[in-house]
Design a protein around this ligand. Structure first.
Ligand SMILES: CC(C)(COP(=O)(O)OP(=O)(O)OC[C@H]1O[C@@H](n2cnc3c(N)ncnc32)[C@H](O)[C@@H]1OP(=O)(O)O)[C@@H](O)C(=O)NCCC(=O)NCCS
Length: 166
């Protein structure tokens, strides 16, 4: 498993005015979060993180043979579709990550975070957003459908959702 400090560093790198990063709080405890933004900015931040944490990531990957197939398929995808600012699709605004602490799940926090994310996105002039989820993540798929996201396309392992903001 990735170390907590590396996961913390990963998420800290996304604290930016150009992105939407919301947390829900119960007294002094974080109960959930949602993070997203335009795909160009997200890709640039990810690249910077990989450059800065290369050795730690490499060590983690080296000792985690289970994730080799996932890494290989990602490498194939990124070779085919090099991100270019001029060629961003209509759903270039992405919801990158959402999570709710297990003690707070299924009490509406995830849906409230999605609503907050959409409100912020609309204020930034965004008209639609998209996201991808592993097909095996049935809970998240049900969650996105419940929050009115529609299926845009599917690949072997993932479903892509989008939502038009009104
Ligand atoms: C997906 C997630 C963010 C939902 O957060 P949440 O606060 O539990 O969601 P809400 O309470 O607002 O919505 C609940 C809805 O989500 C779906 N859902 C959530 N947990 C579920 C479960 N255990 N089984 C089936 N459906 C589930 C259902 O549609 C549910 O509606 P219902 O209660 O009317 O059946 C949360 O389960 C989570 O953190 N999962 C792990 C991280 C993750 O998979 N993130 C998405 C990666 S793309």
């Amino acid at each position: 498993m990735l170390s907590i400090s590396l996961i913390k560093k990963f998420y800290e790198s996304f604290i930016s005015d150009q992105l939407v990063f919301l947390i829900s709080v119960d007294e002094d405890r974080i109960s959930g979060f949602v993070l997203g933004g335009d795909s160009y900015t997200i890709t640039e931040i990810k690249k910077k993180f990989v450059r800065e944490s290369f050795f730690r990531l490499f060590t983690y990957i080296l000792f985690s043979p289970k994730i080799y197939p996932q890494i290989l398929s990602r490498l194939k995808i990124s070779k085919k579709q090099e991100p270019q600012k001029e060629q961003v699709p209509t759903t270039s605004f992405r919801l990158l990550s959402i999570g709710v602490d297990s003690e707070y799940k299924r009490s509406g926090i995830g849906s409230a975070l999605i609503k907050g994310f959409e409100e912020r996105a609309k204020r930034m002039g965004v008209r639609s957003y998209g996201l991808s989820v592993y097909k095996t993540n049935e809970k998240a798929i049900s969650f996105y459908k419940k929050n009115d996201l529609k299926i845009e396309k599917e690949t072997k392992n993932s479903l892509y959702f989008y939502k038009t903001l009104t």
